[in-house]
Design a binder for this molecule. Sequence first.
Ligand code: SF4
Length: 396
Amino acid sequence: MPSYRKYPGDIIVNYDEPLPKPTKIKKDKYVQAVKEKFEERSQTGIKKYNTTLEREDLSFLDWINHLQEELMDATLYLERLKTSYAEETTKVVKQVQESYIKQSPKDNKHISYSQLSSFATCQKQWYLTYVRKLAPYQPSIHAVFGTAMHETIQSWLATLYNDKVKLANEMDLDALLYENIIKAYKAQKAMNAHDHFTTQEEMNMFYIDGKHILNFLKKKRGGYFTTKGVYLAGIETLLYQELRPGVVFKGLIDLVFYDERVDEWTIVDIKTSTSGWNKFAKEDDKRKSQILLYKEFFSRQFNIPREKINVEYFILKRKVPKEAEFASMQKRVQEFKPADGPRKMKQAVDLMENFVKEAVDLNGEYIEKDYPASPSNDACRFCTIKEMRLCPDAVF
Ligand code: SF4
């Protein structure tokens, strides 16, 4: 191979090296579509006026006038679109607000999230509770408090969104909570053969906790419930969706909001808790499947795309540490928005479908069989079947 004298600045080219592959040009389909439209429009103009933009017979001012007229038309089109979009939106919000669904428990087997949760925890517990109906009614101050807080907050929000902010601010929420606690207690006592199931002291403690939560909510109302561009589209919205002929999912969504600024819905489930959800509670897929199933059935019922629906647990904390490390720990509300992408949604729907497949026959009747027990500290802790000494597998 001949050698050459090299000079500074010489570029050495090795012809054995492969040439770099030409990079593929990525095209934007929208740009391509607009380019085609420009061409089409140009051809239509040429045919119609027998001239092109290269014409020389228009003055500078003529061109400006043309542009101004086109922009004026564009503004009119925008106004027209905005109006029909707002009308369409109001229609869907009304549809949710006024939805009335006739339930037919005689013709259908109703499946609730509570049933699914029980089945996923321990199939034996579900069978003895829901099929054999061996678990007696269990009243509790926690359930009384939960019902009373739901009703109080829902009444307050109904006034806030459907009436006036001023009126909502003036509401005596403590008095309303007191009334609702008494009402809920009486209802549970009646179902408990009129036997008392708590003490005055315990009731008072729960009432005071509730007052703290309501006081916090009123003070921080703007941070949690904005009324600008947001509608309260539903309180206790009934979901009633067929899982298979004769088997229907039934659920109630505590709150449904529609935010017209971003064209999105949020479905909210209110929970009461002693001190909020910890890491384990937030990682519990079974627990999270409740709101994901609500999202799925809300989407099906009102024909709203899933990607436009957000989910949230609004957790009310009865207790907060007096001397908390972080200010956030003293908040009486914990907002938890579980992941609700397609994979998580499928997981929740599969859980429900598997339950129906395992436990309900094609005639819509519960299948009689030996359902397995899944004893564990967590599963057995609050199990009524254990309390009744009906389960030899129970963990005490
Ligand atoms: S006591 Fe435990 S194992 Fe038995 S039914 Fe209840 S949850 Fe299942």
